[in-house]
Design a protein around this ligand. Structure first.
Ligand SMILES: [Zn+2]
Length: 147
């Protein structure tokens, strides 16, 4: 979760500066850093897990759009853990648009654009991951030509 590590680093730096001024020479700066880090490590919790609701094995295993939330399909299973509609799509295209619910939620669509899942701060994290992925792609494509 890149956004979280960025926020934690910034928070750590600001708190260190502030506390350093306030406490002056009374306290070991290493101890302050350690205490802040311990506290900040708990902030991972503000990002909800991608699939907050566990997979219901009795229902179709496909992930659906569901108003940008990416929920599990609510239809009953027809074949191979999928409902009729998703089984057809899966066999026609060879994949499911939003993967299976027990698989990772895709961050880009078929056209290579980011999927605007709506879940607050996680959406920002998705943008970060998408930009990072693009950067890696560009770095790979770059050809080094002799001058
Ligand atoms: Zn389905």
């Amino acid at each position: 979760m890149y956004i979280i590590s960025i926020l934690q680093k910034r928070c750590l730096r600001e708190l260190e500066e502030e506390l350093e001024e306030e406490l002056e020479d009374d306290v070991d700066p290493g101890l302050i850093t350690q205490l802040i880090k311990e506290r900040l490590s708990k902030f991972e919790d503000i990002l909800p897990p991608q699939s907050a609701t566990p997979l219901d094995p009795t229902k179709c295993h496909a992930r659906v759009w569901a108003d940008k939330t990416g929920a599990q399909c609510s239809h009953k299973i027809d074949k191979e853990c999928l409902c009729g509609k998703h089984w057809n799509i899966s066999h026609k295209k060879g994949y499911l648009e939003f993967n299976r619910y027990d698989e990772e939620r895709p961050i880009i669509n078929e056209k290579g654009n980011p999927i605007p899942w709506n879940d607050g701060i996680v959406s920002i994290d998705t943008i970060f991951r998408y930009q990072r992925m693009n950067l890696h792609k560009l770095l790979k494509q770059r050809k080094i030509t002799p001058q």
